[in-house]
Design a protein around this ligand. Structure first.
Ligand SMILES: [Zn+2]
Ligand SMILES: [Zn+2]
Length: 363
């Protein structure tokens, strides 16, 4: 079967012929891949910044944002049946008995770092025609979401973050509608899906982004009742004055310079959530005294979050249904391109045109 693979040793990305997998145990299912989303992680892997093939393979099949249709199930599969649409989780547990996180099914909190990830770290990914997986890693999606369910995985970033945010803010001995001013950094798919999740959680949302041609992003942001501020024309100081007290920052740019500029504008009892992984660039100057002083005197929390447990996938499936009901055009506008698998290597090398590009492996 066809698969898109990266060969880190010889620095090549190729469409390869990979053996089709078969069900090996009664708890596994086999699924035909329909859609695979392309994101910054895939571009970094295919420019050889990271990405590790499985042991014994000289290539890694990429792709971690999936939508598939079940074709076969083992005798003990209970979660899905043939014909069901499924989105598969990405991270798999480390082998160590001492890792309480992985042993509890929470490999998103793995202590050892020896977890594996499909399409990223030591496990083949989903940019291929068929996959076989344990049914515990499959999440059934209603068929109405067929055209957009490839957005479930990137939405799990926001879902896990929102859950962590709720846990953190339980420290405040009141609840209410005050102090719900959120700032989203970045207008890529992660930022825009985060903005949608914050809106349905009752936040006022401003999206601050440097996106050269941002009409599409601006339209989506307005449609969901949020505000777009262009970083090209407004400095962080000007943006902060326009927003007022910032209670939550949801970072989705992966650029540390802007992020640390914005931390200085986080309000009292505020939470700054990092979700991006910056590429290694040169050192930058940061006002550490000011930041440390504000963090202490304002009870601030700086929180990192990596996705995601199965219940965040369930939450993403549910919320995607809510989004498409409230903002059908805005949600569909997130997917700006669909390409056949034969064009995947060109799509990957062309860089990030549009918002979310999808490899439509089969119809
Ligand atoms: Zn991704
Ligand atoms: Zn672990």
């Amino acid at each position: 079967m066809k698969a898109v693979a990266v060969f880190p040793a010889c620095r090549e990305v190729q469409l390869v012929d990979h053996p089709e997998p078969d069900i090996q145990s009664p708890t596994q299912l086999k699924a035909r891949i329909l859609d695979v989303g392309v994101c910054g992680t895939d571009r970094e892997i295919t420019s050889f910044q990271y990405g590790t093939p499985p042991e014994g393979s000289d290539y890694l099949i990429i792709g971690h944002e999936s939508l598939a249709q079940v074709t076969d199930v083992g005798d003990r599969v209970t979660k899905a049946k043939p014909g069901d649409l499924v989105v598969l989780t990405v991270r798999r547990p480390c082998p160590h008995a001492s890792c309480i996180a992985c042993r509890s099914g929470r490999q998103d909190f793995c202590y050892t770092g020896d977890y594996t990830e499909r399409g990223i770290k030591q496990r083949h990914g989903f940019m291929t025609e068929f996959v076989v997986e344990e049914d515990g890693y499959a999440n059934v999606v209603p068929s109405e979401l067929r055209d957009i369910a490839v957005l479930v995985e990137p939405l799990t970033i926001a879902e896990k973050s929102m859950e962590q945010l709720r846990f953190v803010q339980e420290r405040l001995p009141w609840d209410g509608e005050e102090h719900r001013q959120a700032l989203v950094l970045g207008a890529g798919p992660v930022g825009l899906l985060g903005a949608m999740a914050l809106r349905i959680a009752g936040y006022q949302v401003t999206v601050y982004s440097r996106s050269p041609k941002h009409e599409e992003q601006n339209d989506i942001v307005s449609a969901i009742g949020a505000r777009y501020i262009a970083a090209e024309t407004q400095s962080v100081d000007e943006m902060s004055r326009a927003v007022g007290t910032i209670d939550i920052v949801y970072e989705a740019i992966g650029a540390s310079g802007v992020a640390f500029d914005v931390i200085k504008h986080l309000g009292p009892n505020g939470v700054f959530i990092f979700t991006g992984v910056p590429g290694r660039k040169g050192p930058i100057e940061v006002d550490t005294d000011d930041i440390m002083r504000d963090v202490v005197l304002n009870n601030q929390v700086i929180l990192g979050s990596v996705n995601a447990p199965p219940h965040s996938f369930q939450a993403a499936i549910r919320d995607l249904g809510t989004f498409v009901h409230k903002w059908p055009d805005a949600v569909r506008a997130l997917i700006t391109g669909r390409f056949p698998i034969d064009q995947a290597t060109t799509t990957l090398s062309q860089g990030a045109a549009g918002i979310k590009n999808v490899i439509a492996v089969s119809a």
